[in-house]
Every structure is written in structure tokens, then in C-alpha cells.
Design a protein around this ligand. Structure first.
Ligand SMILES: [Zn+2]
Length: 418
């Protein structure tokens, strides 16, 4: 080992040890403090204290840089409101069990995602009913529930047109039906918190009103709606756009298409998949310039094939290919079948594509989704908020998680990971 590298690693170890010194191996904290960490939002060196699972004190230090200039940042835990599955497991499933959900959640924690919304896509009434009921049952009162505050229902009330429907099975796409949705809400234990729908369908406007009245956030997506329909939906309470620029046909009218009105309507906070495959650099730059750093949320849209080796799989009764570069394709329909990268990649890409600050990119994966979804107990580093925290390094465009804390408990620690 060369001398320079060994000195770097030695100081690296010392500093990491300092930041980690107050936690035991089982993850319980002894005196609940993160020392000498850089606050992601303003670069201040701080000690961060928390007790009873909540942030209690943020104490600025005199010096501006950490020992030996090795920088470990602290930020709120990441929030992803569109996770379809992971590690071969889908959330639309009867055989999902606690063990599998634990495995998915643990892996997400290792990547800094402290809150996520299992996302269920278009299926038959019965399958969705069983899947929601199964998820509600698994969550029970486990620690997992802290990281899973609710579910996202994407479909089945979306456009059935090729291109716009993405890989949603047309056989399961239909017009809104409040009675049907109510059965799923009940089966989920009232945990459906977001629904993605197409406002142009018969009955959509009525459904939007009912969802808003039941505290369910309405997102527009997989839609061919015109400007009038989009603006009407927003007036009725729709507030989000799901993965803008995706769930859209390749050939659209240059003046009259669903993207412009969603961009121009200030009432919509948009989610984007910034993985390098779903949107071009210029689309992301444009979305960022229009919506600004506070009205964009990063989502992964990760599917069950995320985290899996490249190769051929079967899903939706079709062949799915995970390419060596990480794209998930459905060759028979020439569409992307969801994503394989987590929102940590989205943070890196946002900075690379738009030139936004690290703080802005982090907020697109923390503060913005928390505000847009109404998760008032998390998403910022503020006294009284839940201690969902990540410690990370950001070097040469690479974002790396060192430690993850959920509700004051260490759930991942790179230094003591077996
Ligand atoms: Zn979608």
C-alpha cells in the first residue's frame, strides 16, 4: 500500500470512528449523538443530538471543517414514494411475507432510504385486494411500519393507450370506481396515501374529489389529458405528477400533449426518475428550470428486478431484460419496464445534469416529498422531527451512505456491517 493511501485510510478510520463512537453494535444508541458531521444544507460542522427517536439539538462547532478535512455529511433520511418491488419481490403479490419485506427494507436502509411507499400497479380487483390486505397484515406493529407510512396505488384508473400505459397490463386498466377503491382502502388498513390516475377517464374528477376528502394525495400519470382536464383536476385537489415525461407515448403532438400543462401548472409537484435512462439530460434540466428546486421529487420507480443481476426474466407474462448497464426493458413492447436504480443515483444525476447544489438534490429526495405527501414528522433536520438521518460522503460525484438511522435507531452502519 502506498504511504499516501495508508495515511488517508488511517485518518478516514479515525474520523469515521469519532462519528460512530456513541453507538453500540445492536444499533441502540448510548448517548444519542452524531459528532463532527457536516450539515448538508449549509456546510456547518455540527454535533447532532437526538432523544426518544427525535432530533433534540443541533450544535454548531467553531471550526468549519472536520478533522483532516474528511467530510461526513448528515442529512434527513431519503424518501421514495414509488417502489414497486426489489430483489425479485413485487408488492403486487400474495407470497410477500415479513421476511421478504424485511430484506427489501434492510437493503433500502443500506442505501439511505428511510421511508418508502410500496407501489401497487394495475391488477384485478381481487389481486389488489389480497396484496393490500397482505401488506397491512405484514406491517402490523413492526419496526418496518416506521419506514412504510403508506402505499401508492398506480393505476388501474389510467390510460389504456399503448405508450401512455407503459407496461401496465391493458386487461386490468379501467375507469375509476370509488366502490372498488374503497374496498382496497379498507383492505390496506387506510394506508393508501397516494393514487396515480388519468384525469381524462370517465369518473376521474369525481374520484379525485373523494380521494382528496379521504386524505389521499392524487397524482396525475399515464395520462393523455389535455390542458383543460389537467387544470380541472388540480382545481379539485390533484397535487402531484407521477414520473413526468414517462408513461407517455413516444409520438405526441408538439403543442397539445399532457406534458406542457403539467409543467405550466404551479399546483403540481412533479416526480422524476433521474436514472440516466428514463429522461434525457435536457428534459431534466428543463423540468428543473420550470419547477425549481422545491417542486421536484426524486423517485426510483424501482421494480422487482432492481438489485438483480443482468439477464432475462419473466414479468407481466412477457420477457423482461435487465441489461448490463442497469436498464430494465420489455423488448416485445420496446418500453422501459421500470427502473433498477435507487434515488441515490437520482441525487447524483440531478447534480450532474442541472448543476444544482448537493443540498437541493438531497431536498428533492427528502424535504420535497415529505411536504408533498404530508409527512410532517420527517424530511428536515429540525428539532422535534423524527431522527431519520443519513451520514454520507459525496466525493467526485459519488454519493455513499455511511450510516442510516430510523427513529433514532441505527439500522445500517458501514463500519460494523458484518
Ligand atoms: Zn408508471
Amino acid at each position: 500500500m502506498n504511504k499516501k493511501l495508508s495515511i488517508f485510510l488511517f485518518y478516514n478510520f479515525l474520523f469515521l470512528s469519532a462519528a460512530l463512537a456513541h453507538f453500540q453494535k445492536d444499533g441502540t444508541s448510548t448517548d444519542n449523538i452524531l459528532e463532527d458531521v457536516i450539515l448538508y444544507s449549509d456546510g456547518q460542522l455540527i454535533d447532532l443530538k437526538f432523544s426518544n427517536g427525535k432530533i433534540s439539538e443541533i450544535l454548531p462547532k467553531k471550526t468549519q471543517k472536520g478533522p483532516n478535512n474528511f467530510q461526513i455529511y448528515v442529512a434527513p433520511g431519503l424518501i421514495d414514494q414509488q417502489v414497486n418491488g426489489y430483489l425479485s419481490h413485487s408488492f403486487v403479490s400474495n407470497d410477500l411475507n415479513k421476511e421478504k419485506l424485511n430484506k427489501i427494507t434492510q437493503r433500502l436502509w443500506e442505501n439511505g432510504i428511510t421511508t418508502f411507499f410500496p407501489t401497487l400497479t394495475s391488477e384485478s380487483s381481487q389481486v389488489l385486494l389480497q396484496s393490500f390486505s397482505n401488506l397491512d397484515h405484514i406491517l402490523g406493529d413492526t419496526q418496518l411500519a416506521q419506514s412504510i407510512p403508506g402505499f401508492h396505488l398506480e393505476g388501474p384508473y389510467i390510460s389504456s393507450l399503448d405508450g401512455f400505459r407503459g407496461v401496465h397490463n391493458p386487461k386490468h386498466i379501467r375507469n375509476p370506481d370509488w366502490k372498488e377503491l374503497k374496498t382496497w382502502i379498507k383492505a390496506s388498513g387506510n394506508k393508501i396515501k397516494i393514487i396515480t390516475l388519468a384525469p381524462e377517464l370517465d369518473g376521474s374528477m369525481e374520484l379525485i374529489k373523494k380521494c382528496v376528502a379521504h386524505n389521499i394525495k392524487v397524482a396525475l400519470g399515464h395520462t393523455t389529458a389535455n390542458a383543460e382536464q389537467i387544470n380541472e383536476a388540480v382545481k379539485l385537489g390533484a397535487s402531484l405528477s407521477t414520473h413526468l415525461g414517462n408513461g407517455c407515448a413516444n409520438m405526441i403532438h408538439r403543442h397539445y400533449n399532457p406534458i406542457w400543462p403539467q409543467l405550466s401548472n404551479d399546483g403540481l409537484t412533479i416526480s422524476v426518475i433521474a436514472d440516466g435512462f428514463h429522461l434525457t439530460r435536457d428534459e431534466i434540466r428543463t423540468f428543473f428550470k420550470v419547477k425549481g428546486p422545491t417542486n421536484i421529487m426524486l423517485v426510483s420507480d424501482i421494480t422487482r428486478w432492481g438489485g438483480m443481476p443482468s439477464g432475462k426474466y419473466r414479468d407481466f407474462d412477457k420477457e423482461i431484460v435487465v441489461t448490463t448497464s442497469g436498464a430494465i426493458m420489455m423488448p416485445s413492447e420496446n418500453v422501459l419496464a421500470g427502473a433498477s436504480f435507487l434515488i441515490t443515483k437520482g441525487i447524483e444525476k440531478m447534480i450532474e445534469y442541472t448543476g444544482c447544489s448537493l443540498a437541493e438534490a438531497i431536498e428533492m429526495a427528502t424535504t420535497n416529498p415529505a411536504r408533498a405527501i404530508g409527512l410532517n414528522d420527517r424530511g428536515t433536520i429540525t428539532r422535534g422531527k423524527r431522527a431519520d438521518l443519513i451520514c454520507f460522503t459525496y466525493e467526485k460525484g459519488k454519493f455513499e451512505i455511511i450510516k442510516t438511522i430510523v427513529g433514532g435507531k441505527v439500522v445500517f452502519d458501514k463500519m460494523i456491517k458484518p
